[in-house]
Design a protein around this ligand. Sequence first.
Ligand SMILES: Nc1ncnc2c1ncn2[C@@H]1O[C@H](COP(=O)(O)OP(=O)(O)OP(=O)(O)O)[C@@H](O)[C@H]1O
Ligand SMILES: [Mg+2]
Length: 238
Amino acid sequence: MLQVQGLSKKYGAIVVADAVEFTLEKGHCLGVIGPNGAGKSSLFNLITGVAKADAGSVRLDGAELLGLPPHRRARLGVARAFQIPQAFGNLTVYENVLAAASFGAGLPGSRAAERAQQSLRRCGLAARSRDLAGRLPLLDRKRLELAKALATDPKLLLLDEVAGGLTEPEVAALAALVGELKAEYAVIWIEHIPQALHAVADRILVLHFGRKLLEAPPAEAMASREVREVYMGLADSP
Ligand SMILES: Nc1ncnc2c1ncn2[C@@H]1O[C@H](COP(=O)(O)OP(=O)(O)OP(=O)(O)O)[C@@H](O)[C@H]1O
Ligand SMILES: [Mg+2]
């Protein structure tokens, strides 16, 4: 479904993507780890079109995304849940998700409403529909971030540290939800919490200075020399 090839980007001397490549199929989750500043969020910026790639190719079901503006990529099926929840705090949970279904997916009236309700149920938020988004506890704000992404009717779900700041049981609850969603989408999940990825990711991609160091099943990736080196600072250059 997703094919990334030779994806490259520099900000001056800072290399955030250095010929990154990977593929991802529906029903699979690729976990992405790497130290702060490794280029993880930048990878999402390049896939969504928030940042312009210097070179490479990102294809979704064969369609080249690079060069298209972010809203066109959203319509083609790219959705992102942000590291810092980006809800409209003074709208209700339902209104937030309805906005995503109307403007993100471009669905007309009743179909947008239906899609919004469905996304809320899927993310365990139906009972919170009428609450103000700004008043939600953190786990529900994270769920809302997911529900908004689902409401845009995506193929590819990009999750940027959605488990950050949660307690251990909350991380487990969120991981279970992502695990369920995985069946219907292709998921890329950036996370600093290895336990969360362990349960859900089929493979883990390790980024360091924008370069793909390794891509392997979770247990193998976590036990690898490369991961120990970049996280424990045994080697701090690529
Ligand atoms: N628009 C930009 N202009 C200049 N530098 C940028 C820009 N966006 C990101 N960077 C730099 O690129 C590097 C990679 O940033 P990125 O946000 O991708 O890291 P990350 O792996 O997501 O880190 P974290 O774990 O802290 O979220 C950082 O050094 C960052 O300061
Ligand atoms: Mg980041």
